[in-house]
Design a protein around this ligand. Structure first.
Ligand SMILES: C[C@@](CO)(OP(=O)(O)O)[C@H](O)COP(=O)(O)OP(=O)(O)OC[C@H]1O[C@@H](n2ccc(N)nc2=O)[C@H](O)[C@@H]1O
Ligand SMILES: Nc1ncnc2c1ncn2[C@@H]1O[C@H](COP(=O)(O)OP(=O)(O)O)[C@@H](O)[C@H]1O
Length: 313
């Protein structure tokens, strides 16, 4: 039986608005999610015993049942026990290129790759919608990671509307190696500080969602207006992360001082990205800010915006 090698891209958040809280304890969001070319490679190899093994070349990524890739495989085994009985278990090998705990959905995209890979390996023929429903059971960002590209995401982040592709823009990303921001902490702190601004009534929620659907950044994306996209980048979680982590604020200001289209923290951070017109400009900005901040704990990456989610390598 053949093995599958999958490319699993990271995402950035071009827009993240927290609209309200939800009865399930999560937050109601309106986001624009964007795949980038920085990606992990996920290999899926069938093995004879009915077990799931995960290995990863990054010390901070767990090899046990808490790995999101493991959780994706366990969910597939539970949903399709006859497939596991027929084809055996699976060994998942993650070549980690996406920085960990960075707000770039590294674990989510690995889990999405496992869902797509097992669908192929076990010849299940699941539809995009079926894969997304399974993905939403593991994490809010995982449904997006399957198809990727540029999408408006509402609900917990799992209700997706595709937008036009923006694949000729570049991005420079930077992150302090030793800094991690907990996603639950970021949302909880936001709720404590800004919960009084939340929309509580269903009809208000609907109109807020509608406002984002027809709002500035979505129209700028539909028109592929690069300058406007850059100006309209937004992330509510910056309101709690930047005051708490001055080094992230400093990085954000360093990018803003360059001639970039726009800059923003991605997701719950602490990665900060800046959109640029070209790969060359992204490399130049990385070099300038690296020299300016001269901090050995700071890592930089450059990438392109990408129109693809999980693909075969
Ligand atoms: C902040 C974002 C923005 O894209 O990304 P990351 O920074 O993680 O990449 C996402 O909302 C993270 O998505 P994901 O990491 O899949 O979240 P989950 O595993 O479902 O939830 C992790 C925790 O985040 C909080 N959470 C997440 C999503 C949401 N709509 N409301 C929440 O309050 C909850 O505290 C939850 O326990
Ligand atoms: N396959 C995986 N890749 C990365 N991290 C993982 C994975 N599985 C579980 N984790 C755990 O999830 C946490 C969040 O990591 P990650 O998904 O990279 O970031 P984020 O949620 O900020 O986008 C990490 O601290 C790590 O321990």
């Amino acid at each position: 039986m053949r093995s599958y090698s999958l490319i699993a891209p990271a995402k950035i958040n071009l827009y993240l608005e927290i609209i309200g809280d939800r009865p399930d304890g999560y937050h109601e969001l309106a986001m624009v999610l964007q795949s980038i070319s920085l990606a992990d490679k996920v290999d899926i190899r069938p093995i004879e015993i009915d077990t799931i093994f995960v290995q990863c070349n990054h010390a901070a990524v767990p090899n046990d049942q808490t790995n999101l890739a493991y959780r994706a495989a366990a969910l597939m085994a539970q949903q399709f026990p006859e497939a596991m009985a027929q084809y055996g278990g699976v060994e998942i090998t993650i070549d980690k290129q996406i920085p960990v705990a960075a707000g770039l959905a590294g674990g989510s995209t690995d889990a999405a790759a496992v869902l797509v890979g097992l669908d192929l390996l076990w010849k299940l023929g699941l539809t995009q919608g079926e894969l997304e429903d399974l993905a939403a059971q593991i994490g809010s960002d995982i449904p997006f990671c399957i198809k990727g590209g540029t999408a408006l995401a509402t609900g917990r982040g799992e209700v997706l509307s595709p937008l036009v592709n923006l694949d000729n823009l570049s991005v420079v990303l930077a992150k302090y190696r030793s800094l991690a921001i907990s996603t639950p902490w970021a949302y909880k702190t936001y709720r404590t500080q800004f919960g009084d601004t939340y929309v509580r009534k269903a009809e208000d929620l609907q109109s807020r969602r509608q406002r984002v659907h027809s709002g500035g950044i979505v129209s700028a994306i539909m028109q592929r207006d690069r300058a406007k996209i850059g100006q309209l980048l937004h992330n509510d979680l910056e309101k709690v992360a930047l005051p708490e982590y001055p080094e992230v604020l400093q990085l954000r200001e360093a990018f803003a001082s360059q001639n970039v289209l726009g800059t923003m923290m991605s997701g719950s951070g602490p990665t900060v990205f800046a959109l640029t017109e070209s790969e060359r400009q992204a490399l130049e900005v990385a070099e300038t800010v690296r020299n300016q901040l001269a901090n050995p704990d700071l890592d930089f990456w450059t990438a392109q915006l990408s129109s693809t989610g999980i693909t075969l390598a």
